[in-house]
Ligand binder design. Structure first.
Ligand code: NAD
Length: 291
């Protein structure tokens, strides 16, 4: 597979497309934003002026877009332009319903398709160390795995169409809830005179251990690489966490699943984003919870 169309060359898509170009693929990229197109051109991507032009002659097409509506619209264009048998992979984080609708568009056009949302952030996109959570049939997964391996390190087949998005939504509900729990614990420690480092040393090697604590520690000091040591510059912006918690709540409501902590986490991030959290890393919720 040598020729790839790439739609959506933003913070994630730009570096992912660059890694495909670096690996020797001919990457034809399109983005609505002139800034994203210019940055991609500097990284070895052949920038084109439409979705159709990116898809023309491609063996595979990858999308990295902000919303389910954008994915549905772009996949409709891809389905109209791609040769039968072309593999289409969406790496955006979107709702399960839109993901399954996009698969339907691809299937009707005789294309192979995967939903493959990622974890690992912009740093992982640049370094090619992302984790992909993949939904789709076995034939599509077998075709897509080598391509995903150019952009990531772990590729997990989660089952049928839409299951990649389902896994992403469940995972990020855990992350949102645990970041709030860890933040509350540090704020409680402050009130009782327990130093942050002491709580970290205990919890990081005890039953309180979790990613929000040991990798994204919300208070400065214990984890030098966490955003709390860098003015809470994202990283993972709080409004993106809010988006993901909203997606998990939509699925919970539609399926009748009881997720009271997921619902509380969504409400907390909703208020945090509205009251100054937008553009700050999600770990800054520790300050919001302190007030
Ligand atoms: P971004 O806003 O930087 O990039 C999205 C790009 O899509 C933009 O450049 C935009 O111009 C382009 N775009 C929108 N509609 C388009 C269309 N119709 N045709 C062509 N281009 C179009 O966002 P991002 O941070 O790169 O995130 C992309 C996706 O990855 C999102 O779904 C996000 O939730 C997910 N994600 C982001 C991160 C992160 O840390 N940034 C981590 C995991 C997953």
């Amino acid at each position: 597979m040598t020729s790839i169309g790439f739609i959506g060359l933003g913070n994630m898509g730009g570096p992912m497309a660059a890694n495909l170009a670096k690996a020797g693929h001919l990457v034809s990229g399109f983005d609505l934003a002139a800034e994203a197109r210019a940055a991609a051109a500097e990284k070895g991507i052949r920038v084109v002026e439409s979705v159709g032009a990116a898809v023309e002659g491609a063996d595979a097409v990858v999308t990295s877009l902000p919303s389910g509506a954008a994915v549905r619209a772009v996949w409709a264009e891809i389905a109209a332009a791609a040769r039968p048998g072309t593999l289409v992979i969406d790496t955006s984080t979107i709702d399960v319903e839109s993901a399954r609708a996009a698969h339907g568009l691809a299937q009707a056009a005789g294309l192979l398709s995967l939903d493959a949302p990622v974890s690992g952030g912009t740093e992982g996109a640049v370094a090619g160390t992302l984790t992909f959570m993949v939904g789709g049939d076995g034939e599509s997964f077998a075709a897509g795995k080598p391509l995903l391996a150019r952009m990531g390190r772990r590729i997990v087949h989660c089952g049928a169409a839409g299951n990649g998005q389902a896994a992403k939504i469940c995972n990020n509900m855990i992350l949102g809830v645990t970041m709030i729990a860890v933040s509350e614990a540090f704020n409680l420690a402050d009130r009782v005179g327990l130093p942050h480092q002491a709580l970290f040393d205990v919890a990081s090697s005890s039953s309180g251990q979790c990613y929000a604590l040991t990798t994204h520690c919300p208070v400065p000091g214990p984890v030098p690489t966490s955003s709390s040591n860098h003015g809470y510059k994202p990283g993972f912006a709080s409004e993106l966490m809010l988006k993901d918690l909203g997606l998990s709540q939509a699925v919970a409501m539609a399926s009748g699943a009881a997720t009271p902590l997921g619902a509380a986490a969504r409400d907390i991030f909703d208020r945090f984003v509205a009251q100054g959290g937008r553009g700050r890393d999600y770990a800054a919720v520790v300050e919001f919870l302190r007030t």
